[in-house]
Design a protein around this ligand. Structure first.
Ligand code: GTP
Ligand code: SPV
Ligand code: MN
Length: 588
């Protein structure tokens, strides 16, 4: 096990408080995995799927009121409220202790308390960090085994160091009225109570690798971001890496695993990560990124052999499907899998499902699957130093307004693009779906401190590097009058990435606009697509009136941050307004 006194003391203290029937330290072994699966299957929390068609795969149904992150129950518990900032919910550490700490008293009575040590990042990497999650959910323990480097390997990396994140989790009674996810950045501690789902319960992911790590990153001079990491190999065999931030359920997993269409001969995509990037400058002044995770917790609906063939292949074995439907032959099923749903299915809540009923799979149903199984996994994905990033891409889900792609004028303007991102909300969090909200850097639910300070940190990071990446913005989701997507998306997104890489390599024709550099007509290869140059014009159109309204909204958003807002971004806003007004004069 371990002789780490700090860890043993913390575990003993928690045990005394939660009073479990049994304590089980997870070692990461195959035997342990088999035991967890056997126990979960015996208790009905895992349903084995068709072993022939889906070897090693299981279905898990979470509580029907526990199916997505609950942002209104997620708190930053810094000593000072100002440090949490206006975009986070804050709870004082004292209140947290009283309100949430007390819920843990005796909460594991009659249950097993699992102690799950894990590493975020490749084992042995100087950029990796260790966490330990205590949980009374065997499903969470099993999921952490896929999502992180879990078990003895983490204890070995930790040694006698006191530097580990203390993550305490209990399902409680799963009552949403007694659900809290609290982050104590100042002591790298997380408490999560009352949820067994995704980002609320797998504390390694959003809680540690983003909310706590973003704070560490600010202190230590690096970046913890909600970004995919991918390599794009050109026909000459040169691989360029990019990182891209899109809000939840806006296309990171899909882009990271992109399969080039037949017309794009000689191109190949390499997946490094699909959700989180930790980035820092190397000695050569370039920004390097590691994926701190070891698995994918991906959106299931919409996944099929056409949209995301690599995900489809990855999830064929050793995968937990959470909240999908099941066919009579015990195969998992979800909306967007086949045109017609098979007869005789059971829906995500275990009820008989008939055509015409509500969705058979929950819109936020997910797969938990090992990254190593992905056919496009990069040979560099466990490189302890990470991969060098040539371009950073921001994007959102905007039916109107945002063009298919544009490039920032420079780093500072790029930070403005990140800071003013907006996107339609999705089923990844509870609440209304399809409402446009500002989501800077796709981090609004995940930034662990005052977002104005986070903007300053990004500005600082640009000054720090000799060769910071170029910054772009994309929108795959623009729709026409009939509400149809105007851009084919998925594999065809490679065409946009090629223009981005052309720009990075000093090529790629542009047209200037008030909001940034747009691709010049013909600069994006449309060969073999139904999309015409006229469609492209619509996809790249800048509606100045709508952008004026948008710029107003940027300002209103920035005003929330008061004095803490960096001047540089307020000046960027002013410049945007001026460029927009000039562009109207030019049009007249
Ligand atoms: P999180 O795991 O929540 O962070 O989501 P994500 O950003 O990884 O999103 P993901 O790739 O899982 O995509 C979410 C949804 O968007 C899925 O239903 C996809 O089918 C759909 N989607 C992804 N890429 C595209 C695209 O290029 N065009 C269109 N129209 N839909 C897309
Ligand atoms: C997201 O919502 O961005 C996810 C899923 O990746 S969760 O792990 O629930 O945060
Ligand atoms: Mn995510």
């Amino acid at each position: 096990m371990t002789e780490n006194k700090d860890l043993l003391d913390w575990v003993a203290g928690v045990e005394k408080k939660v009073r479990p029937a049994k304590v089980s330290w997870c070692d990461g072994s195959e035997e342990e995995k088999a035991c967890l699966i056997a126990d979960l299957s015996a208790s009905g929390h895992l349903i084995p799927l068709n072993e022939e068609k889906w070897p090693g795969c299981h279905l898990h149904r979470s509580h029907h009121q526990d199916v997505a992150r609950t942002e209104h129950l997620t708190f930053i518990c810094t000593e000072n409220e100002e440090d949490a900032g206006p975009t986070n919910h804050w709870m004082s550490p004292k209140d947290a202790d009283r309100k949430v700490g007390s819920l843990f008293e005796g909460c594991m009575e009659g249950r097993t308390m699992y102690v799950v040590p894990f590493i975020m990042g490749p084992a042995g990497s100087p950029h990796s960090k260790v966490g330990v999650q205590i949980t009374d959910s065997a499903y969470v323990a099993l999921s952490l085994r896929t999502m992180t480097r879990m078990g003895n390997i983490a204890l070995e990396q930790l040694g006698t160091s006191t530097d580990f994140a203390r993550c305490l989790h209990s399902l409680g009674d799963l009552n949403p009225d007694r659900r809290f996810i609290c982050h104590f950045q100042e002591k790298s501690e997380i408490w999560s109570y009352g949820s067994g789902y995704g980002g609320n319960a797998l504390l390694s992911k959003k809680c540690f690798a983003l909310r706590v790590a973003s704070w560490m990153a600010k202190e230590e001079g690096w970046l913890a971001e909600h970004m995919l990491i991918m390599g794009i190999e050109d026909p000459q065999g040169k691989v360029s890496y990019i990182a891209a931030a899109f809000p939840s359920a806006c296309g990171k997993t899909n882009l990271a695993m992109l399969v080039p269409p037949l017309s794009q001969k000689g191109y190949k995509v390499w997946t490094v990560g699909d959700d989180i990037a930790w980035m820092r400058y190397g000695k050569d002044g370039q920004l390097y990124a590691i994926n701190p995770e070891a698995g994918f917790f991906g959106v299931v609906p919409g996944t099929n052999t056409k949209t995301n063939p690599n995900a489809e292949k990855t999830i064929q074995k050793n995968t937990i499907f959470t909240n999908v439907a099941m066919t009579p032959d015990r195969s998992p099923w979800w909306e967007g899998r086949d045109k017609t749903a098979p007869a005789g299915m059971i829906d995500w809540q275990g009820r008989p499902w008939r055509s015409g009923d509500a969705a058979a799979a929950h819109p936020n149903s997910r797969f938990t699957t090992p990254a190593a199984q992905c056919p496009s996994i990069s040979p560099e994905w466990e490189n302890p130093e990470g991969v060098p990033i040539s371009a950073i891409i921001f994007g959102g889900r905007r039916a109107k307004l945002a063009p298919l792609v544009f490039e920032s004028f420079n780093w500072q303007h790029g930070v403005y693009l990140g800071a003013t991102m907006a996107s339609e909300t999705t089923a990844a969090a509870t609440g209304a779906v399809g409402v446009v909200r500002r989501d800077p850097f796709a981090m609004i639910p995940f930034c662990g401190y005052n977002m104005a300070d986070y903007f300053s940190h990004w500005l600082e990071m640009g000054r720090k590097g000799e060769n910071p990446p170029s910054i772009f913005h994309v929108n795959w989701f623009k729709t026409d009058e009939e509400g149809r997507f105007m851009w084919p998306g998925f594999g065809e997104n490679l065409r946009v990435l090629r223009w981005i890489l052309d720009r990075v390599h000093g090529k790629g024709a542009t047209t200037d606009s008030a909001i940034g550099h747009l691709p010049a007509p013909g600069a994006i290869d449309l060969e073999g697509l139904e999309t015409t140059e006229a469609d492209m014009e619509a996809l790249l159109n800048i509606d100045v009136e709508a952008w004026n309204a948008e710029a107003e909204d940027h300002k209103a958003f920035f005003e929330k941050f008061g004095d803490r807002m960096p001047d540089v971004l307020l000046r960027e806003h002013q410049s945007l307004v001026e460029r927009l007004s000039r562009s109207v004069t030019q049009e007249v």
